[in-house]
Design a protein around this ligand. Structure first.
Ligand SMILES: *[C@@H]1O[C@H](CO)[C@@H](O)[C@H](O)[C@H]1NC(C)=O
Ligand SMILES: *[C@@H]1O[C@H](CO)[C@@H](O)[C@H](O)[C@H]1NC(C)=O
Length: 818
């Protein structure tokens, strides 16, 4: 079997995107599609009320601070020769007490505007002038490059970082495309010597000179690959060594365990300090993915070796193509089982095949399955049409801005190729113009290249129903931005209905804030229900996976396209591949803080402390639907590492529980032997423990499947008190959907001995005849155990066996025709 990376390539569209079922989905929320000019000032002012009002309250009318004024490139009044003249005139027009100071900076590359010290009333006045996009108070910011540590609440002063010594001496095995060891993220400065119990090796050679105290192991597994392609690999296109010639492995390794690097960034974007989750953890790189794929045989060999070498956490941003294969046909599931036996936690990406259901892969219950969500940082690049309407888009374009505003605008479909295939665009129609290209068909960054070859000067990538409002910031080679479908439709309409349509693209750089809210689950993030075992809820958690900055290979450009001559130390990319190493790094920190915990206990801590409310106090949104996300999409929720440090209770499991699970899903001793390998054969009839249903596995979340309209399902769970207090009383709280009655017994757990485990039973009763419509085949609830200090939460997903859903829909169709 061939596997693929779970990355959203900067360069291309994933092959299965055409299968996406988006037709009926509700339209999204990421941007304000058609904000009239004046309203947009207003919104921007609303975002910074404190800065504007604080001096009002204090009465400090003459106090000044630095404001950054973003102006519309296209709205410069004609009477001014240059933008600088315009800005100077703006300042001259202000009341002169105090006199506005000199302009500090004028910005003309990625953003257009200037910065200057102003009083708040002067700032408010500038806001009201035509052509001003925003007036934003300058703020002292912590260096935010990687930014995900801040978003996750990690800090040097308290919480998981200081309580884990940054995972000193914990070894994370990264199974990926190898590593580019010269990147500063892999500096070993300040690290102690290689842990004495480390048994791994560094496969050195001409292409990979040495390891260090950060990268303590590096190996390459290619026998399966070369066997599959039937010849030795072409060493001019890839390196037969642990060296990363693709970029993906360098990115994931530096996300999990990269050292802090000052002055990092991707061109002018996200500039500041970059750091991984676990800055003192050690990296062992196992190269398993090659230019034509990652092969089971190589993956298994690498997992085997990693366990033997003594890694503590395995991070695998790789998964099967299509639906998850049965556990015993899935080398990752098999290898991860072996890892669990040796106390090694395996964290994997869920895949990028969302938003269709049943798409999550790496879903064995002994794997920690990670979906991808957004953070509170964006790279906005707006489209301003000739009629003044502004549409929000995103871009990582880093070259010179468009030369001039109000450039003529054309739709690629009118010029020979709606997707902007290279060589298909009619030069006579696109030369000197901004071209609107539909997303899909070819690689995203290639479209801009096609426009440039045909003489066009800019590109607007326009989403269709296929990708809805999902925006991915790409490092375009020409001035270009991507807009969602709502905006795209309006822009196309404008072109059709206007005799001489024009546009400008304004790059607004890096913006951190609460608008749009974060996290939101990425549309591409693969989701449940669990394709193999409905009774196990997957994915387990979500973590940052959109527009993530981390290290990159020196071998290819940031887009991995041949047309891209650039070489960068850091790159910004998206995918569940980027979410997984965040969680792998967090697991390494937790392991250091709690060395005696099993992998299942570490996973339980991350799951039961996860949150479901975003940074503006609303339920987390699913960008796949624009609606509230569900446990089938976000699992237990977004990881909250500082809370995971002290979860209160854990749902523990060991290998015997997983064997019982395999028995419960019907595996016989022969199939189970694949997992247990050298141990004596298992007889499910006499196996202990034994599970009445796969749902009885001591999992930290619930997925209930009713067989009938009046079914009753009971699951047992055992929780272990890991809180600091031996005498702890936990009381339960339940959230039930209206169609299901949920009860728990006992409803109070009284702990009185160290390390004590107590059992409870949770019972779900389907209430007949209520709301069981085909359009809502699943409902959700939750259970929380709380001792007043800790809250131990588990999501509950409830569905009715599909055949039953069909029955309901068929007899309802008579009365309710849609
Ligand atoms: C989140 O969704 C739940 C379930 O629908 C609802 O009860 C709750 O009020 C919502 N919370 C917020 C903050 O909107
Ligand atoms: C708690 O239980 C775990 C697992 O059963 C065991 O490994 C650990 O040593 C126990 N700790 C104490 C303090 O008893």
């Amino acid at each position: 079997m061939r596997l693929r990376f779970t990355i959203i390539p900067n360069s291309g569209e994933k092959p299965e995107s055409s299968e996406r079922r988006r037709a009926e989905m509700k339209r999204g929320m990421t941007i304000l599609p058609s904000v009239p000019f004046v309203l947009s000032f207003f919104l921007i002012l609303c975002l910074f009320p404190s800065a504007i009002s604080s001096s009002d309250q204090l009465g400090l009318e003459s106090e000044t601070k630095t404001f950054i004024v973003h102006v519309s490139l296209s709205q410069k009044p004609l009477m001014f020769q240059t933008h600088h003249h315009w800005y100077a005139s703006i300042l001259r027009s202000l009341p002169h007490s105090p006199r506005p100071s000199q302009i500090l900076y004028t910005y003309q590359h990625a953003v257009t505007g200037f910065s200057v010290r102003l009083t708040h009333s002067q700032a408010a006045q500038i806001h009201r002038l035509p052509g001003i996009l925003s007036v934003i108070p300058d703020q002292i910011r912590h260096l935010h490059t990687t930014h995900t540590p801040q978003f996750l609440g990690l800090a040097d002063a308290s919480g998981l970082w200081p309580n884990s010594d940054y995972a000193d001496d914990v070894v994370i095995g990264i199974l990926d495309t190898g590593i580019w060891p010269e990147r500063s993220s892999f500096s070993d400065s300040g690290l102690s010597s290689v842990p004495s119990d480390w048994k791994g090796i560094c496969e050195t050679g001409p292409s990979f000179p040495a390891c260090n105290k950060k990268i303590i192991g590096a190996r390459a597994f290619y026998k399966g690959y070369e066997a599959a392609i039937g010849r030795p690999m072409d060493e001019s296109v890839e390196s037969k060594s642990p060296r990363d010639t693709e970029g993906h492995g360098t990115h994931t390794a530096s996300t999990a365990a990269g050292a802090a690097v000052k002055n990092a960034g991707f061109y002018q974007y996200a500039v500041g300090e970059a750091r991984g989750m676990a800055t003192k953890a050690r990296i062992a790189a196992y190269k398993i993915c090659w230019s034509r794929g990652c092969f089971d045989s190589d993956i298994l060999a690498a997992m085997d070796q990693a366990i033997a070498d003594g890694v503590h956490v395995i991070s695998l941003s790789v998964g099967a193509n299509g639906y998850a294969p049965p556990y015993d046909h899935d080398s990752i599931a098999i290898g991860a089982f072996g890892a669990a036996q040796k106390g090694v936690l395996v964290s994997c990406s869920a895949g990028n095949s969302g938003p269709s259901p049943y798409t999550a892969v790496n879903i064995a219950p002994w794997i920690l399955t990670v979906g991808a969500s957004t953070i509170d940082r964006e790279f906005p690049a707006d489209v301003i049409l000739g009629d003044g309407r502004i549409f929000g888009g995103v871009s990582l374009y880093s070259g010179n801005p468009l030369d001039g505003s109000d450039l003529p605008l054309v739709y690629a479909a009118d010029c020979g190729s709606r997707y902007c295939y290279t060589g298909w665009l009619d030069s006579s129609k696109v030369a000197g113009k901004i071209v609107v290209c539909d997303r899909g068909g070819n690689a995203r960054v290639e479209k801009g290249n096609a426009v440039q070859i045909a003489g066009g000067v800019g590109m607007i990538m326009a989403n269709t129903a296929e990708s809805g409002e999902e925006l991915i910031a790409d490092s375009h080679l020409i001035p270009a931005t991507m807009v969602g479908q709502i905006a795209a439709d309006k822009i196309r309409d404008y072109i059709q209905s206007n005799p001489s349509p024009t546009a400008a693209i304004v790059f607004r750089g890096t913006v951190i804030g609460r608008s749009p809210a974060a996290p939101k689950v990425a549309a591409f993030s693969s989701r449940g229900p669990n394709h193999l075992t409905r009774e196990i809820l997957k994915p387990d958690v979500i973590a940052p996976g959109v527009n993530i900055l981390a290290g990159w290979t020196g071998f290819t450009g940031p887009t991995d396209l041949d047309i891209d001559p650039r070489r960068v130390d850091f790159n910004i990319i998206s995918g569940t591949s980027m979410a997984c190493p965040h969680v792998s790094g967090l697991a390494a920190l937790l392991r250091k803080a709690h060395p005696s915990w099993s992998p299942a206990a570490l996973k339980s801590a991350l799951m039961t402390t996860a949150y479901n409310i975003d940074n503006v106090g609303k339920n987390i949104t699913d960008l796949g639907t624009g609606d509230k996300s569900t446990p089938f999409v976000h699992g237990s929720g977004h990881v909250d590492p500082n809370r995971a440090l002290d979860p209160g209770l854990v749902y523990d499991m060991g290998v015997n529980d997983y064997v019982a699970f395999l028995c419960a899903v019907g595996y016989d001793s022969k199939r189970i032997e694949i997992f247990l390998r050298d141990q004596s054969p298992v007889d499910c009839a006499t196996q202990s423990p034994s599970l009445a249903s796969p749902g009885d596995l001591n999992y930290p979340s619930f997925s209930v499947v009713f067989e009938s309209e009046t079914d009753v399902v009971s699951y047992k769970r055992v929780v272990t008190n890991v809180g600091s207090s031996v005498d702890a009383i936990y009381e339960s709280k339940l959230w039930s959907p209206s169609t299901v009655e949920i009860s728990v017994s006992p409803s109070k757990l009284v702990f009185s001995a160290p390390n004590q485990s107590l059992e409870y039973t949770i019972t779900f009763s389907s209430r007949s005849g209520k709301d069981l419509t085909a359009t809502e085949p699943a409902v959700f609830g939750g259970i929380e155990w709380s001792d007043g200090t800790h809250s131990v939460r588990s999501p509950i997903a409830i569905s009715w066996r599909q055949s039953f859903v069909y029955d309901i829909s068929s007899y309802q169709s008579g009365s309710n025709v849609e």
